[in-house]
Ligand binder design. Structure first.
Ligand code: CU
Length: 124
């Protein structure tokens, strides 16, 4: 009996480790925007969610995020930034640019049109 519990415990631990390995891919989950000639360029791939989920911007540098549409589902067809009053249809072009104000530090959340998938921009 004790042996069975031990085997189950080890199996669970291995499963947890595997999940962490695959889903805890932090490189894909967050990124810093590139600064080119005094302009920040962020890039978010829309494919079954947002990649990266968290994008860091530098305060005071004009910024723009390009949403690269790789998803065919209706779910992700719109991106909504409630704080910015942005509700952009991403199906009009492969790439859609959205200007992000960087005058003050803080977090700017965005989501798909149904508020199911979430992403975040952090100005710091
Ligand atoms: Cu959705």
């Amino acid at each position: 009996m004790l042996m069975k519990i031990l085997v189950v415990a080890i199996a669970l631990a291995l499963t947890a480790l595997t999940c962490w390995w695959f889903f805890g891919n932090f490189d894909k989950k967050q990124a810093h925007a590139e600064i080119i000639n005094g302009q920040q360029e962020g890039r978010v791939v829309v494919k079954g969610g947002y990649e990266p989920e968290v994008l860091y911007l530098k305060q005071g540098v004009p910024a723009e995020i390009t949403f690269d549409m790789e998803d065919q589902t209706a779910c992700l067809s719109r991106v909504v930034f409630p704080d910015l009053g942005v509700d952009q249809d991403l199906t009009l072009a492969k790439e859609s640019k959205i200007v992000i104000p960087t005058d003050k530090k803080g977090e700017i959340d965005y989501a798909c049109g149904m508020n199911m998938f979430h992403g975040k921009v952090i100005v710091q």
